[in-house]
Design a protein around this ligand. Structure first.
Ligand SMILES: O=C1C[C@@](O)(C(=O)O)C[C@@H](O)[C@@H]1O
Length: 308
């Protein structure tokens, strides 16, 4: 399985396939029903929620994000508008899916310029009312950006420079933990009044709990405002482990945590994970929506199934 966007039917108005709808509490496997019954109806707010404009990540309510999959500014603007119409709280610009990233050896100035232009178009399409998360997902973590760590650092630095005074709704950058530049970019982003969500992805399976927890801790220690891991469960046992990890990470860390199980088996982490403390869920929006990662469900399904 790759991290490339996958075709997925569904918009808030569409009929959703039965398999995609989470069953009511009694319909979950016994272990999950027990876990949810024991959980508070709402997770307690985080000690250090992230505030991106009016949006609070790690507050009382689940934040639902929709990612773009468009290859140019016009398509991304259309998707941002669909996200807004669907009631999403945040839109992620997957800048690695824009055309320039498909051009071998494209200069980083061109990649940064194209990303900021798409962010500006998305801002205009949503009248500036929907905060943006700007992400360059590298190929090693399931995205389309082929780069080394130095070039990645330079690219995000260039994006930050170009965002200054650009008047976009970009509220935060996604910075991959393993690129080794998180603390530097946290400082650079803060200087522009922007936040950082740090991320780590495994498309091959689910690492040990201690490995995932350690990643989340390193993200917090480096100054990220939100810490996120997305992994690929292959068994129900791994899904259960992820939900347990969510509660544990939420109890231990001060910043909001996001724990995602990708793929069909992981869907329950996208709808029920917030009850255990996962602050953010990625969903799809619009007719013929394309998911940016496997297992994403329409915004309306996530809202309904999570009881929001
Ligand atoms: O990191 C994430 C989470 C994600 O991979 C998901 O599984 O929903 C989707 C990506 O677009 C986003 O950058």
């Amino acid at each position: 399985m790759t991290g490339q966007p996958e075709e997925q039917a569904g918009s808030p108005g569409d009929v959703v396939p039965a398999a995609a709808v989470q069953p009511p509490l009694g319909g979950h496997p016994a272990w999950l029903s027990r876990l949810l019954e024991e959980a508070a109806p709402h997770p307690a707010p985080c000690p250090r929620p992230a505030r991106w404009g009016d949006l609070v990540v790690g507050g009382r309510d689940l934040v639902i994000a929709v990612a773009t999959t468009g290859t140019n500014a016009v398509a991304c603007a259309r998707q941002a508008r669909a996200a807004q119409d669907s009631g999403a709280d945040l839109v992620e610009l997957r800048a690695d899916l824009l055309e320039a990233c498909a051009t071998p050896q494209a200069p980083l100035e061109q990649l940064a310029q194209e990303a900021v232009a798409a962010a500006a178009a998305m801002t205009q399409a949503t009248s500036g009312h929907l905060p943006l998360l700007l992400t360059f997902r590298t190929a090693t973590e399931g995205g389309s950006l082929e780069t080394d760590d130095d070039a990645y650092t330079a690219l995000l630095g260039e994006v930050l420079d170009r965002l200054a005074g650009a008047g976009t709704a970009v509220a935060a950058l996604d910075v991959e933990l393993e690129r080794g530049c998180l603390a530097t970019l946290v400082t650079g982003a803060a200087a522009q009044g922007l936040g950082v969500l740090s991320s780590s992805h495994d498309f091959q399976g689910v690492p040990a709990d201690c490995v995932l927890l350690e990643r989340l801790w390193r993200m917090q220690a480096a100054g990220a405002q939100v810490a996120k891991v997305a992994v690929m469960p292959d068994t129900e046992g791994e899904v259960r482990r992820l939900l347990d990890l969510t509660s544990r990470a939420r109890a231990e860390l001060e910043i909001p945590v996001v724990v995602i199980g990708m793929g069909a088996l992981g869907e329950v982490t996208r709808t029920q994970g917030w009850r255990l403390g996962s602050a953010l869920s990625f969903a799809t929006a619009g007719a013929g929506a394309v998911a940016s990662a496997p297992g994403q469900l329409p915004v309306a399904v996530v809202r309904a199934a999570s009881g929001q």
